[in-house]
Design a protein around this ligand. Structure first.
Ligand code: ADP
Ligand code: ZN
Ligand code: ZN
Length: 731
């Protein structure tokens, strides 16, 4: 029997699907889009099932308005992952699917290449005796050009044949429009287009190990910057492309530079699809279609490129797998790295996670044997390792956060014509402004946070909401005019360095001055051209850029990371440290990395400095295990906010009760809270959170899925804003 009802996932914030009647003349496809009436509007959704039964009677059901796709949008394996992800991350399927599909498809555009029409000869045109059009030489020329094959309108124009000419020949019945011919498959012309370096022993081992098998297996490729990971990737992709399969490469947001893309383009004569958030709707759709229709052999992109609908994927590579940009921080809060491993398993292909500083989660998986651990310990070529040291700044006088030994070392390096880079993860002039007489601190009225002073703009800005106000002239408490800044931000550091080193040029790179598109690239180029000698930045400067002339890198303040509330802060500090150490200097000019701290004996810092990232990670994993933190347990974060504190807190109390009532053995799972969120008030809203903890993903998923329907029934669930973040990155 032919099914009469389609079950449709719609982009609405409801954890359910909707049934619609099928028009017999328009059979929908499972996994394809349909347009359906919804309330007074119509919406585009995905058919997830065709069936004959519904809990509603036929009279109650509406008909599908339009079937948009006659085939599924995604390969089945990918669709299964999306379904699983929707359940695991507790995000409604219809919304999840809408989030990850290109905007053009969300709006109902056709999922096919919009290739330009071509022209070809008709029967009459082919049979036309030459000389027939001798009085219209351009028309004659068009016909002889088309004898070699069809052409697009724009190609015809390049022959100096105008549209009226084309029309005239068309009117005579000699030519007609036709579809563009399919491009010839890239497999036919596959070539290696540059000379390959000979792999060193470690690289060759890694390549041989991974290429030995084409089935699912996960590999951690751990190697410092410059150890030749990208070269390994290229050698892994080569046999995949040779077999005619596609390669999917994910890179962090900040790492998707033209240089990276060009390395892949230079090596192989194959089309590359690039996917990132900067694409416009048409570009994004085209990249997506190229991946699906196998017009792209290499697909390289940020987080969401994981959902590329390639049908012939032969390998997945995640570069800088530790990077936090792989986790989506709002709406559909998936982790692209974790889903990538899932995808590789479903498609039975190898996956490679590369990093100089693997996440503790991935190291744990390598340790327990889930991932094969491959190491590139040596730097490729002849670069040397940077030296490093801890600057004990206890009791030292600090100038804009800089100690005298650091300033002396800066002077030493600068005088030799080298560049110096300073890291400070705090934007603005200073993180607070205080009254010198009574101690009052200027605080954002809408947030539980102090204002950041921006002296350059004579403004106080809140980094947590959009508020910015002129710098007050008087204390808000005692009226004194003696207001002073407290602490150091990048703006102050910049100003101070300009007076300290007037003979050198300073540049600051942080989110405040790189908002404009292309501005970051411009600064980086200027740094490479040696236009600046002193570089100040937040961590965005650390990622993906190599500065051969930088011989000194200083982390101005590591204490704030060592004593942060965020249990991942030390891991991120260690990663930053290794990243910058790996990027400074070159063979003839070894780099030096200095850390300023009041806690030179801190155990994690010592492990990192004395023995390196590997020892640090062993220590850090031990600490996580003792505290039962990830990866030794799995968290979900229920966060709620509202203009009144009480209903928010109450909602989370009710949520807690629901969780504790669920029928799984409760000793294995824990519920923590409700407690105020780290920023307890933001933009006028009170924020609370509740944490669920489970020993494994399966239990976490089961308990959340069981609790969610009851949670959604709570009257308060409709009154307060809340979100559920499964395996959150920031807590
Ligand atoms: P990573 O991705 O680990 O930072 P790359 O693959 O970019 O390292 O390698 C760093 C530099 O060393 C690049 O310029 C690369 O071309 C070069 N390189 C890599 N492997 C080799 C090799 N086996 N022989 C010579 N040069 C190499
Ligand atoms: Zn604020
Ligand atoms: Zn005061």
């Amino acid at each position: 029997m032919t099914p009469t009802i389609a079950r449709v996932a719609l982009p609405v914030p409801l954890h359910k699907t909707f049934d619609y009647l099928i028009k017999p003349e328009q059979p929908p496809a499972v996994g394809g889009r349909v347009k359906v009436p919804f309330g007074r509007q119509s919406k585009i959704g995905i058919v997830i099932e065709l069936t004959d039964c519904s809990e509603f009677s036929v009279e109650q059901l509406k008909q599908i308005q339009e079937v948009i796709d006659h085939q599924p949008l995604w390969p089945q394996t990918l669709y299964r992952i999306l379904e699983w992800a929707s359940r695991y991350y507790q995000y409604p399927l219809g919304e999840a699917l809408a989030t990850i599909m290109p905007g053009a498809l969300r709006k109902g555009k056709a999922a096919s290449h919009n290739d330009e029409d071509h022209w070809r000869l008709t029967r009459n045109g082919m049979d036309m005796p030459s000389g027939t059009l001798s009085r219209a030489p351009k028309q004659e020329r068009l016909i002889s050009a088309l004898k070699k094959g069809s052409m697009s309108q724009s190609d015809i124009q390049t022959l100096d044949i105008s549209n009226p000419v084309i029309k005239a020949v068309d009117d005579k019945g000699y030519i007609e429009r036709c579809a563009a011919p399919a491009p010839s498959p890239w497999q036919d012309s596959f070539q290696i287009t540059e000379e390959k370096p000979t792999l060193n022993h470690e690289q060759a081992m890694a390549v041989a190990t991974i290429n030995a098998n084409q089935d699912f297996a996960s590999y951690l490729l751990e190697g410092v910057t410059g150890s030749g990971k990208t070269e390994v990737y290229l050698n892994l992709i080569e046999p995949v492309l040779k077999r005619g399969q596609q390669a999917l490469i994910l890179v962090p947001e900040i790492g998707l530079t033209p240089q990276t893309i060009n390395r892949f383009k230079r090596r192989f004569s194959v089309p590359v699809a690039v996917m990132h958030s900067g694409l416009n709707e048409t570009e994004r759709l085209n990249a997506w279609l190229d991946a699906r229709d196998n017009r792209a052999a290499i697909i390289i992109g940020t987080r969401s490129a994981l959902f590329s609908p390639s049908h012939h994927t032969g390998i997945i590579i995640i570069d800088e797998e530790h990077d936090s940009s792989y986790k989506q921080q709002d709406s559909f809060r998936y982790h692209a790295r974790d889903l990538a491993v899932f995808r590789a398993r479903e498609e039975n292909i190898p996956i490679v996670l590369g990093s100089a500083t693997p996440s503790l989660e991935t190291l744990h998986n390598a340790k327990t044997g889930k991932y094969h651990h491959l190491t590139l310990a040596r730097r490729a070529g002849n670069a040397v390792k940077a030296k490093h040291g801890v600057l004990d700044i206890r009791g030292l006088h600090l100038e804009a956060g800089l100690s005298a030994p650091l300033i002396a070392e800066m002077r030493n390096q600068l005088s030799q014509g080298n560049q110096v880079m300073l890291f400070l993860n705090r934007r603005g002039y200073s993180p607070a402004m205080m009254c010198h007489e009574c101690g009052w601190l200027a605080e954002c009225k809408r947030c539980d946070a102090y204002f950041t002073l921006y002296q350059q703009y004579r403004e106080l800005r809140c980094h947590h909401c959009a508020v910015q106000i002129p710098v007050p002239l008087q204390c808000g408490q005692c009226g004194s005019t003696q207001l002073i800044s407290v602490g150091v931000g990048t703006e102050q550091l910049e100003q101070h360095l300009e007076t300290l080193f007037p003979e050198y040029k300073t540049i600051r790179i942080d989110r405040d001055n790189t908002r404009r598109k292309g501005s970051l690239e411009g600064y980086l180029q200027a740094i490479h051209n040696n236009e600046y000698q002193i570089l100040i930045g937040t961590q965005m400067l650390a990622k993906g850029h190599h500065f051969p002339n930088v011989t000194l890198v200083a982390l101005v303040d590591v204490d704030s990371a060592l004593f942060s509330n965020d249990f991942r802060a030390p891991e991120r500090l260690a990663q930053l440290f290794v990243q910058v150490a790996g990027r400074a200097g070159r063979a003839s000019k070894p780099g030096l990395v200095l850390l300023q701290t009041h806690h030179p004996d801190h155990a994690l810092l010592q492990a990192l400095i004395q023995k390196g990232y590997q020892d640090f990670s062993v220590n850090a994993l031990n600490e996580r295990q003792q505290a039962m933190l990830p990866p030794f347990s799995y968290f979900a974060l229920l966060r709620a906010e509202g203009f009144e504190s009480e209903p928010v807190e109450q909602f989370l109390h009710q949520a807690r009760t629901i969780f504790e009532a669920s029928p799984f053995e409760s000793e294995e799972c824990a519920v923590l809270g409700p407690a105020p969120a780290p920023l307890a008030r933001r933009a006028g809203k009170y924020r609370w959170q509740l944490i669920f903890q489970a020993p494994n993903r399966r239990l976490l998923q089961q308990r959340l899925s069981l609790a969610l329907p009851a949670l959604l029934q709570l009257p308060l669930a409709k009154k307060v804003r809340w979100s559920l973040d499964v395996e959150p990155q920031d807590m």
